[in-house]
Design a protein around this ligand. Structure first.
Ligand code: GLU
Length: 555
């Protein structure tokens, strides 16, 4: 047999099944017709059953960059690592994207149905496509089969380690790279399992300059590793698969986690070897958090808040999370929000340049809570009600029943200091907080003993409290508006030796029992069981006279 014949025979034995031709594949993926400047981006999660907050962050950035440039954002499921596969894991991804309104223009949706003309968008459905390209690489001398067993590879690694040599399958270590056709044929005929490796022409000592959209121009060593491109079960590795996919799917910008930056010279090399123009690359800094005095990556293992489920379980509002992430991505988002309080956050122009400045965005609950409180403070009572209802149905049956059985009363409670309020209440950061804000309005939930009340009112004499409550009841008129009501509270305060304002009280504390704020506190405690409450007049209106008087009677 001549050399060419041997080569063809090898390829036939490696790929006995008929594969689609490269022409037919390329024909199915025509160049996209988009306006110049339109970005085609993607999120390409591996379905592990765990959705990291960082994946939502990356998806958000990609979705915004595509949509603000009239481009396309698609989702590709990178499930070529069958060992890591978990049942239902794709649904975890598609549900999360749907929950955060990051629905892709193409790819699998929440309903499990794929849309888009550049699919299939699940890598395990694309095996033939990868195989066809890898076969072509064999034909073109860009790849070769490798029969090294895992024991042999382990041994090689140990030797490299022992001799302090750079690890990997390259140069003299790439033992199958230069085997003769005859040798390869022989092992193939013995049906030895194999992988296909890339035949790298790179030199590790040669430096190349690569431009990263976030990191700027960087110098990296050329790749000289003959990496595996097709695994023994016939599926590609990430490196090869995403190069083929991003080429066919017309990705213009690969914006991904910076753990991939180290492989960038390999990826650029693969694009060049295939004669394809590479997309632009941008590597995002991971979300970090403080641990003691140092920063570290938000960790799947250590931090419950790394899992997006955490936010669903606690009922964080979706737009609160999104705005928090926008804030991490572009620090000028906060000023934009202040200048445009009512604008849809999709109007904010996300900038790659500013993204580059936010190196290692720091996760911080306080900021997240403030943003969420701010968002929720702008919601109508009806919206808070319906969002909490949806959340409670899934996560808190008791709260669900409370909301469902008392919708009018609950909406009136939620309307306190909301809607047109001058200073809207900011006590709810997440739907799970609503329980605390509601419960004390319900007699079967409200438990306050006389001694607890006295303790909360620390220092005030019972007889004074009694007198105040007595005068309040006598003058109470349910129809009083806030001014009339407060005028009466002031009268009650004055009659019982309390200063009419804090300033007077502070100037001469010995002259007074306290200030009018302490009088209000008596009602806050007796009616709500706490010293800080939303607007007292509104609370009294919503509770109604009977409930109010009943609660005041404990003293
Ligand atoms: N499947 C890769 C990951 O989950 C995606 C990297 C990329 O976006 O290209 O990290």
């Amino acid at each position: 047999m001549g050399n060419l014949e041997i080569k063809n025979k090898i390829i036939e034995l490696l790929f006995p099944e008929k594969l689609p031709s490269i022409e037919s594949i390329e024909g199915k993926y025509p160049a996209r017709t988009l306006d110049p400047g339109a970005m085609v981006t993607r999120i390409a999660p591996s379905p592990t059953g765990f959705m990291h907050l960082g994946t939502v962050y990356t998806a958000l950035i990609n979705a915004r960059l595509a949509h603000q440039s009239q481009g396309v954002f698609f989702v590709r499921i990178e499930d070529t690592d069958k060992k890591r596969e978990v049942a239902g894991a794709i649904k975890v991804v598609t549900d999360a994207l749907d929950h955060y309104h990051l629905n892709a223009d193409e790819g699998e949706g929440k309903d499990g149905v794929e849309t888009g003309a550049y699919g299939p968008y699940k890598q395990s459905d694309r095996a033939e496509i990868y195989q066809a390209y890898v076969k072509k690489m064999l034909e073109d001398g860009l790849a070769y089969p490798c029969f090294a067993t895992s024991e042999e590879l382990d041994e090689m690694r140990q030797q490299q380690e022992a001799e302090n040599i750079r690890p990997g399958y390259y140069g003299q270590w790439a033992v199958w790279r230069d085997k003769s056709g005859e040798e390869i044929l022989e092992v193939l005929e013995n049906k030895k399992p194999f992988v296909i490796r890339f035949k790298s022409n790179g030199d590790w000592n040669t430096k190349i300059k690569i431009k990263d959209l976030l990191l700027g121009e960087r110098e990296l060593s050329e790749n000289d590793q003959d990496i595996v491109i097709l695994k023994s079960e016939g599926l590609p590795t990430y490196h090869m698969a995403h190069v083929i996919d991003d080429h066919l799917m017309g990705t213009t910008h690969v914006i991904r986690g910076n753990e991939w930056f180290a492989s960038l010279s390999l990826h650029v090399q693969l694009f060049a070897a295939m004669n394809w123009s590479a997309p632009s690359f941008g590597h995002i800094f991971p979300i970090q958090k403080m641990e003691g005095a140092s920063k570290r990556k938000l960790s799947k293992r250590k931090d419950p808040e790394a899992n997006v489920e955490y936010y669903d379980e606690h009922g964080y509002p979706v737009d609160g999370i999104i705005e928090y992430l926008l804030n991490l991505a572009n620090s000028n988002f906060e000023d934009w929000r202040k200048a445009n309080p009512d604008m849809d956050n999709r109007e904010f122009a996300l900038s790659i340049k500013k993204l580059a400045n936010s190196s290692g965005p720091l996760f911080d609950f306080e900021k997240l809570h403030n943003i969420c409180k701010d968002k929720i403070s702008k919601y109508s009572a009806d919206k808070v009600y319906s969002e909490t209802l949806v959340w409670a149905e899934k996560h808190d049956q008791d709260l669900f029943a409370l909301l469902n059985d008392n919708s009018d009363y609950v909406k009136r409670i939620l309307d306190i200091e909301r809607g047109n309020a001058l200073k809207p209440r900011k006590d709810v950061a997440k739907w799970s907080d609503v329980r605390t804000e509601l419960e004390y309005f319900f007699d079967h939930k409200f438990k306050l003993s006389k001694s607890e009340a006295l303790e909360l009112l620390g220092g005030l004499e019972e007889s004074v409290i009694k007198n105040i409550v007595g005068s309040f009841k006598t003058s109470f008129d349910e129809n009083d508006d806030k001014d009339a009501w407060f005028a009466k509270i002031k009268l009650v305060a004055e009659a019982n030796g309390f200063a009419l304002n804090t300033k007077d009280y502070k100037a001469n504390p010995e002259n007074f029992q306290g200030s009018v704020a302490d009088v209000a506190k008596i009602f806050r405690v007796l009616l709500c069981g706490k010293v800080q409450t939303p607007d007292l007049h509104s609370i009294i209106q919503v509770m109604g006279k009977d409930r109010v008087f009943k609660r005041l009677n404990i003293i």
